[in-house]
Design a binder for this molecule. Structure first.
Ligand SMILES: NC(=O)c1ccc[n+]([C@@H]2O[C@H](COP(=O)([O-])OP(=O)(O)OC[C@H]3O[C@@H](n4cnc5c(N)ncnc54)[C@H](OP(=O)(O)O)[C@@H]3O)[C@@H](O)[C@H]2O)c1
Length: 296
C-alpha cells in the first residue's frame, strides 16, 4: 500500500450518534473530506464509535468510491458483548468491518488493543493471530498489524514475528519517547511503523489538558508551557513541533493524527509543510525528560 507522511485517524467519526444510534449527520461531510484529502490512508477500527466510524466511511465509499492509491486501514476488535478475541472472532470482526466499509479486501488489518486475551492465547492455535494469518493467506488482507499501547505487550507481539506492521500511540511524542526501542526493533524486522497520537490525544495541539486520555499532573503541564515558550522563541507553534517530532523520524512510515473537523485537514497540511529550525530540537532536548503520564 501507499502511505503518506500523515494518516488520518477516525476514532470519533460518527459521534455523537443520533437518538436512534445512527451516525451524526455532519459525519458524512467529514468522511468525504478524510477520504478526499491530501493523505493516502484513513485509520479506523471495528469498534470506533461503536462501528459508526466504519459505517460513515462506508457510506462515503459507496457514494464516491475509493480514490486511486488510497486506503482504509481497519482493526479487529474483541466481541463487544463477551470480550472473545480468538480466531473465529477475528473472522467475524473482519466480516463486520468489510460489510460496513463495502470493501472486500483490506491493505492492512491490525489486531486492536488485545487486552481481553493474553499474548500467549492470541498466538496459540485457534487464537486471534491464526485468524489474521488465514485472512492474509487467503489474500483478503495484504498485511497484518498489531495496534495497542503497553510497550511490554507490544514488544511480545513484535518479537513473535507474526506481524507486518506496528501501530504505537502516545509513546513517541514530544513528551514521551518510550516507544523508541520498540520502533527500532520493528524496523529491524522490516515492519511498517505507524506512530499514532502525535498530539498525545490533543494536549500538544491545545485541545485538552489530558495526555494519552489521562489527567495531566501539574509538572507535565509546566513542562509543556516551557516547551511552548521554547518553540515560540524559535518562531514555531507547539503543535507544529509536536507533529514534526514524529514526521522527522525516518523510522516512522506514517503519523496517525485524529481529526474531528474537516478544516483540520488543511490546517495539518499547513503544519506539515512548515519548516522547523534544527536548533529547536536541541533547545527542546535541553528542557530535560518530560514527565509523561505513561508508566508501562
Ligand atoms: N490502539 C490504537 O490502535 C490507537 C490508539 C490511539 C490512537 N489511534 C489512532 O490514532 C489516531 C490519533 O489519535 P488521537 O486522535 O487519540 O490523538 P492525536 O492525533 O494526538 O490528537 C487528536 C486531537 O488533535 C487535534 N488536532 C488534529 N489536527 C489538528 C490541527 N491541525 N490543529 C489543532 N488541533 C488538531 C484534534 O482536534 P479536533 O478534535 O478539534 O479535531 C484532536 O482533538 C486515532 O484517531 C486513531 O485512528 C489508535
Amino acid at each position: 500500500m501507499q502511505v503518506s507522511p500523515i494518516t488520518l485517524g477516525t476514532s470519533f467519526l460518527g459521534n455523537p450518534p443520533t437518538p436512534d444510534g445512527a451516525p451524526a449527520p455532519a459525519a458524512d461531510e467529514l468522511a468525504s473530506a478524510l477520504l478526499g484529502g491530501p493523505y493516502a490512508a484513513v485509520d479506523t477500527s471495528n469498534n470506533y464509535a461503536q462501528g459508526r466510524s466504519e459505517t460513515v466511511l462506508g457510506r462515503e465509499l459507496r457514494a464516491n468510491g475509493l480514490g486511486r492509491g488510497r486506503s482504509v486501514i481497519t482493526k479487529v476488535d474483541a466481541d463487544p458483548e463477551t470480550g472473545a478475541l480468538d480466531r473465529d472472532r477475528v473472522w467475524r470482526s473482519f466480516e463486520e468491518s468489510t460489510a460496513r466499509l463495502g470493501l472486500s479486501r483490506l491493505p492492512v488489518l491490525h489486531l486492536h488493543d488485545p487486552y481481553t486475551v493474553t499474548a500467549d492465547e492470541a498466538l496459540a492455535p485457534g487464537g486471534a493471530v491464526q485468524g489474521l494469518r488465514e485472512l492474509r493467506e487467503q489474500g483478503l488482507v495484504a498485511a497484518i498489524g498489531i495496534a495497542a499501547g503497553p510497550l511490554s505487550l507490544m514488544t511480545r507481539y513484535v518479537r513473535s514475528g507474526a506481524f507486518d506492521a506496528l501501530l504505537t500511540h502516545n509513546r513517541y511524542t514530544l513528551v514521551d519517547r518510550s516507544a523508541e526501542p520498540l520502533i527500532a526493533e520493528a524496523t529491524e524486522r522490516g515492519m511498517g511503523v505507524f506512530n499514532a497520537a502525535p498530539f498525545g490525544g490533543g494536549l500538544l495541539a491545545g485541545r485538552t489538558t489530558r495526555y494519552a486520555y489521562r489527567d495531566s499532573p501539574p509538572d507535565l503541564l509546566a513542562w509543556i508551557e516551557r516547551a511552548r515558550l521554547t518553540c515560540q522563541a524559535h518562531g514555531v507553534d507547539l503543535p507544529v513541533a509536536a507533529l514534526h517530532f514524529s514526521l522527522r523520524n525516518p523510522l516512522v512510515h506514517s503519523t496517525v493524527v485524529g481529526v474531528n473537523a474537516s478544516r483540520r485537514i488543511a490546517d495539518l497540511e499547513r503544519m506539515r509543510t512548515t519548516s522547523v529550525p534544527e536548533a529547536l530540537w536541541t533547545a527542546l532536548a535541553e528542557l530535560g525528560t518530560p514527565p509523561s503520564t505513561i508508566d508501562d
